[in-house]
Design a protein around this ligand. Structure first.
Ligand SMILES: Cc1ncc(COP(=O)(O)O)c(C=O)c1O
Length: 165
């Protein structure tokens, strides 16, 4: 969908018969025009655990940010986004036995700061009039529209603590 909307070219990393990514081919797909690497932490179809640290380190050599889909990673293991060093990590709350209908997006702060809101309104900007180029609030407000749904967030926090315990 993003490719259709923006014209970006989507390149798919090939895998072998065991579902492992072909690392040399992955490396060869990266180039100066690569804007983002996005892979699942754990494949839902095959159960393959991807070498995410190695993927991030390789992308980082060329300054390419990495987004990990954690839908199958987060329920099955302790995830340390700092150790993996990824730029984004996303999963939905119910994958941690939390409530449905909420999504967690971890993002590196300096990248979130640079990202424009995906839609406008609500509390995303401080009172600033209607001029173009208005300053936006910090990322957690800028990407959260409209008023936060606090009940599932609080419930999810409890589920996260239970998972760690
Ligand atoms: C790898 C992966 N990504 C995304 C999803 C979608 O997750 P959800 O339906 O919880 O939003 C799933 C669902 O299981 C998945 O396995």
């Amino acid at each position: 969908m993003l490719a259709e909307q923006t014209g970006v070219i989507l390149k798919v990393v090939p895998i072998n018969d065991r579902g492992e990514i072909l690392f040399d081919e992955f490396r060869n797909l990266l180039g100066p025009k690569t804007r983002l690497v996005s892979v699942a932490h754990v494949s839902n179809a095959l159960g393959t655990v991807l070498p995410v640290e190695q993927i991030v380190a390789t992308a980082k050599l060329q300054g390419i940010p990495v987004l990990l889909d954690g839908a199958q990673g987060i329920p099955h293991q302790h995830v340390d986004v700092m150790a993996i060093d990824c730029d984004f990590y996303a999963f939905s709350g119910h994958k941690m036995c939390g409530p449905t209908g909420m999504v967690v997006l971890y993002g590196r702060e300096e990248l979130l700061e640079k990202m424009p809101p995906y839609q406008g309104g609500g509390d995303i900007a401080p009172p600033c009039g209607v001029e173009p180029g208005s300053k936006f609030f910090r990322p957690q407000m800028k990407l959260s529209l409209p008023t936060w749904s606090t009940t599932p967030i609080l419930f999810h926090g409890r589920c996260s603590r239970n998972k760690r315990a």
